[in-house]
Ligand binder design. Structure first.
Ligand SMILES: Nc1ncnc2c1ncn2[C@@H]1O[C@H](COP(=O)(O)OP(=O)(O)OP(=O)(O)O)[C@@H](O)[C@H]1O
Ligand SMILES: O=P(O)(O)OC[C@H]1O[C@H](OP(=O)(O)OP(=O)(O)O)[C@H](O)[C@@H]1O
Length: 332
C-alpha cells in the first residue's frame, strides 16, 4: 500500500520538526510508547503500534494544519496559536464542539475548530516588546510611529493597533475604520535581536525565556504581549476521538512522571506525624513496619523540584536511609 492510502486510516499527529520543542516532543512520544521509525529526510513516519502517523512540521505551521482539519493533533506553542489566530483575525482558539464528523482537509483560514487539549509544562517563554537599553525607551507608547521588527507580525500589529487606538481615545474598530497604523511592523524569520544593532529597528518583539539573548544584544523588555508554553492541540472534528483521549492520558502520565519523584526512608515510630507532614504524598504516604523494630518505612511521591528540601527536612527529624527514585511512567 502507498503512503497516501496508508494515511487515510490513521490519526495524523503533528510534531515540531526542529528547534526548541523538537527534542522534548520525541521524549514525550517515547514515554507514551508511540513507536515509529523516521527515515532520513522523511517528514511523515508511520507509528508501528497504533493507527497514527507522525507529521514533522515547523512549529510555526502546526496550529494552521490542525485548524485546517487534515491533521488531528499537534504539539506547538501558545505563542504560535495566538499568532495564527491573530493572522486570521480571530482572537482566541475556540473550544470543543463535540462534532466528530469528517473534516474538510483544507488549510482554511480559521482556528474555530482547534481545541487546546492540555498544557505540556515545557517551552515556557514570553513574547515581549524590547528596546535597546541605550535608547532610553521604557514605555511602549514611545514606540508609536517607530520601526518594529519581529517574527510575530500579526500579534505585533494587533498590539500596536490597540496601543494607538488607546492613545487616540478611540475603539479598535473605529481606529481600523478611520486611521492607518503609524508604527511600522516588519517581519524577519530569525535572529530578531540583531535588528536594532543593525539600525533596522527602534524596537523588537521576540521571545524571552532566561533573558540571556536579550541582554547579550543590549536590549531590555518593556512589555509582554503573550505568555506561552507548549500545548497539545486537537481538531474538534477529528475522526479519532478515542485515540486522542488515549494519547492525552499517556502524555499526562509522562508529565506526571517528570514532575514527581518517589522517596522512601526509615523513621522512628514517634516521628511519624512529622514525617507525614513533610511527605504527605498525593493521597497519603505508604507506611510499612520494619521487622522487630520501632522503626517504620515510609514511601511517597514528592514534587521533583522540592526533593532536596524535603530530604533536608527528613534528616532533621532523624530519618535514615533516604532514597529517591525517578518515575519512568505513571498514571495519577
Ligand atoms: N527560548 C525559548 N524558551 C522556551 N521556549 C521557546 C524559546 N524559544 C522558542 N520557544 C518555543 O518554541 C517554539 C519554536 O521556536 P523555535 O525558535 O525553536 O522554532 P523554529 O523557528 O522552528 O526553530 P529554529 O529557531 O531552530 O529555526 C516557539 O514558538 C516557542 O513556543
Ligand atoms: O531568553 P533566552 O533564554 O535567551 O531565549 C530567547 C531566545 O530563544 C529563541 O530563539 P532560539 O534560540 O530558539 O533561536 P532563533 O533566534 O533562531 O529563533 C528566541 O527567539 C530568543 O532569541
Amino acid at each position: 500500500m502507498d503512503l497516501f492510502s496508508e494515511l487515510n486510516d490513521r490519526l495524523l499527529f503533528a510534531v515540531p520538526k526542529k528547534g526548541r520543542l523538537h527534542e522534548i516532543c520525541l521524549q514525550f512520544l517515547k514515554g507514551a510508547d508511540i513507536q515509529f521509525h523516521r527515515k532520513p529526510r522523511h517528514d511523515i513516519a508511520l507509528v508501528k503500534n497504533h493507527p497514527i502517523a507522525l507529521v514533522f512540521l515547523p512549529a510555526a505551521d502546526i496550529a494552521k494544519y490542525v485548524g485546517g482539519g487534515r491533521v488531528d493533533l499537534g504539539i506547538t506553542g501558545q505563542d504560535i496559536i495566538a499568532e495564527t489566530a491573530a493572522s486570521y483575525g480571530t482572537a482566541t482558539v475556540a473550544h470543543d464542539t463535540n462534532d466528530t464528523s469528517n473534516s474538510s482537509g483544507s488549510l482554511s483560514p480559521t482556528l474555530d475548530s482547534v481545541r487546546e487539549v492540555m498544557p505540556l509544562n515545557f517551552g515556557q517563554c514570553r513574547l515581549m516588546v524590547q528596546t535597546p537599553v541605550r535608547s532610553g525607551i521604557e514605555n511602549v507608547r514611545d514606540l508609536i510611529g517607530k520601526r518594529i521588527v519581529t517574527s510575530f507580525e500579526a500579534l505585533t500589529r494587533q498590539f500596536f493597533t490597540r496601543l494607538e487606538a488607546e492613545a487616540l481615545g478611540v475603539t479598535v474598530d473605529t481606529f481600523r475604520e478611520q486611521h492607518a497604523l503609524k508604527t511600522t511592523v516588519e517581519f524577519v524569520s530569525g535572529s530578531v535581536e540583531a535588528a536594532c544593532a543593525l539600525g533596522l529597528a527602534d524596537g523588537i518583539v521576540d521571545l524571552v525565556e532566561s533573558g540571556e539573548t536579550m541582554r547579550a544584544a543590549g536590549l531590555q523588555a518593556i512589555d509582554t504581549i503573550v505568555e506561552s508554553q507548549a500545548v497539545l492541540i486537537a481538531n474538534t472534528r477529528t475522526r479519532f476521538p478515542k485515540l486522542v483521549n488515549m494519547i492525552q492520558s499517556r502524555i499526562e502520565g509522562v508529565i506526571a512522571s517528570r514532575k514527581f519523584v518517589y522517596i522512601t526512608y526509615n523513621i522512628e515510630r514517634d516521628m511519624l506525624p512529622k514525617a507525614k507532614e513533610i511527605t504527605p504524598g498525593r493521597q497519603a504516604p505508604t507506611i510499612n513496619e520494619l521487622v522487630d523494630s520501632h522503626w517504620l518505612a515510609v514511601s511517597a511521591m514528592v514534587l521533583a523540584k522540592d526533593v532536596a528540601d524535603v530530604m533536608d527536612q527528613l534528616k532533621t527529624i532523624g530519618a535514615r536511609d533516604i532514597l529517591v527514585f525517578n518515575i519512568s511512567n505513571c498514571r495519577v
